[in-house]
Design a protein around this ligand. Sequence first.
Ligand code: HEM
Length: 400
Amino acid sequence: MEHCKPQAFKFILKVGYYGYSSEMQLGLLAVTLLLVVGLSGHYFYTGRKTKQKTGPKAKFQSPVITPVSADFKWEETEPYPYRPFKKGPYNMTLALKKLDPNDLIALENTYLERIALREKLFDQTEFYACDDSAVDALKEMYRFIFGFMVKRYPQYFELTERGTSIHNRITQKFFPSDPADMKKEEILRLIATNIEEDMLIMLKNPSTGQFDEYILRSFITLMPAGFNPMTKLNKSLTAIHGPVPGYLQKLQISMNKFFSRVQPHEFIVRQNWSLQTHPNLCAPKGSHATKEEAEKLHPLFPNDLDFNKCFFRVEKQCVTRLPETGAIIMIIRTYTTSLMDLRADLSEEQKGIMCSAIDGISGDLALYKRRAIWGDAAKSFIRGESNGSQPIPRKHVFVH
Ligand code: HEM
């Protein structure tokens, strides 16, 4: 399966953002030299040399990006079934794993539906931003993302003959390969509406404050899970996580260390999961509560809920550092499975683990996640004690 299986990287040849398989090394070196000299239109998608901003040069080289097989079809590729819940008490840790760089951005059978939704959300919510300090990093991000798509999915993202445009063969749209002269809103729009993933760009605080932290300088967050992204722009990691109980004690130091140490061409992934009883992908509020709010919440009755419209939500968060600007980026894909489908999919053992994981969220974090509202109802449905108000499985189409 062409999917996210965290594993050790193979590093081969340092020719650009992405390397090539070993058989192609010599040929590519020659082609790269030719291209650098002759074909300026292909500059960013073939032979760009990277500057190493941090760490020893020899250690981190461009990752191998292997094209998906010729018979790969996005419309036949099921969303990857991530099930990251664990038995017992929830421990707040970084929970980082190595990521196979080939799994950075996925094409799955949700593509066209989600892209149409993202076009609408981009215009309606305007949940995107780029501080002037991050324009260079945003342009590098654009080349990085579309460089990846052209290498990984050549049958769907094709560099046109003169190298000035990319043809998205799924949407049948063309767009520039080089963002050098583009306005930031246009760059953000093209990223937002060509991939299902949201993205964040963080730059080190130049004023070297108390924690010497990374600051969120640009983002596309069309699928927030319970926060308004506009309130997070130009904030430090600590300030962003202000509402998260236990962040200062359990995550702050390790997270700042992690972000400072990530190297270019090092790819890391983490997943988090949550449950929601509303039918929206874009949820700027309603998933979290303060302690005072949480104490006034009443549990939902499982027989009142349509579990086709309640969702198990997983975020696959991929982190790396861009080699030119040194920005830290996060690429986030949101997976949603209705509790109706999840129950049908889980084994009896997995159902037990999931109920144990719901019980394992404790104290202030349980209040923050509003577990009082959904916890018992979800467990009752998963265990088969209730079938909810609409027992017949029905696909929900997200409109927001
Ligand atoms: C190693 C990386 C990270 C870890 C371990 C982490 C951890 C967490 C945790 C445990 C939560 C609580 C959410 C929940 O479980 O419901 C959270 C929330 C959140 N995180 Fe992160 N996070 C990471 C990176 C980031 C980055 C890079 C950003 C943005 C720059 C970010 C933005 C947020 C936001 C906006 C929330 C919601 C806060 C709110 O309720 O207002 N996270 N994070």
